[in-house]
Ligand binder design. Sequence first.
Ligand SMILES: O=P(O)(O)O[C@H]1O[C@H](CO)[C@@H](O)[C@H]1O
Ligand SMILES: Nc1nc2[nH]cnc2c(=O)[nH]1
Length: 299
Amino acid sequence: MMEIANAANGENGGTSYEEAKKLADDIMARIKCRPVVGIICGSGLGELANMVTDTEIMGYEEIPGFPVSTVPGHAGKLVFGQLGGKPVVLMKGRVHFYEGFTMQKTALPIRIMKLLGVQILIVTNAAGGINQEYEIGDLMIIKDHINMPGFAGMNPLHGQNDERFGPRFPAISKAYTKRLRDHAKTTAKSLGFEGFRIHEGVYCMLAGPSFETVTECKFLNMIGVDVTGMSTCPEVVVAAHCGMEVFGMSLVTNKVVMQYDSEQVANHEEVLETGALRSKDLQKLVAAMLTTLEIKSQP
Ligand SMILES: O=P(O)(O)O[C@H]1O[C@H](CO)[C@@H](O)[C@H]1O
Ligand SMILES: Nc1nc2[nH]cnc2c(=O)[nH]1
């Protein structure tokens, strides 16, 4: 039976439980840190890694089978260490479906994190503001997402299910837990960030790499999307599948173009520049959240 499951995983670009376990074991043999929190840094947000102490660093290319980032603003390093008094593993840069990876491969780092002992995933991204009240530089706590590629069958859980990772039909409706969202709001308040434009809203993943047309943006606005990007959903679906608690935060790096024939166009350089400008607040918020975060013991 497992052979069938593995063949199916191979066919759809996935990695079997045994292969993922071997990767995690290899990492553990080389790294002393045993992380309980995993953090993914979005485009231009990798500086969060500078706040990690007692670091042990591995390049993605040093880990056989690990997907290697190809996009500017994604350094491609796993940074282990302490942040806010908690052992963490931070992905300095992620991989995206549009780079040519399957959805399964895009989310493989989450399964490896799980096998390393990670219980809480903090995922960050750069995103375009669809909500017309959002400004460039605003932060958004993600309360829910639309996995648009999933509507067309591109779900990271497509294929045979291995129960050792999680159930066949996982619930995703509570993936971004209220506990962590409330914790972020309390922490933001304690840091005096209240006036700094922090929202709570809905993230929508589109496959990319092309930015949206004007009509696509109008459509997203109509269906209740607040920000849009090209990542996050595969990672969060896989994290929820394997029983992790998730906290997600978007940085609005640009406002999407909503007028036909506008001179304004979306571009990745603007995304990286805004990331650099507002990322300090994001870093402070994540570090402060970790300091007071209660880690529930594994069931
Ligand atoms: O989602 P992250 O990795 O933060 O990056 C976002 O920014 C890039 C576009 O500028 C896309 O990769 C989009 O997904
Ligand atoms: N799809 C998409 N991804 C982004 N990432 C950062 N900005 C944007 C945007 O406007 N659209």
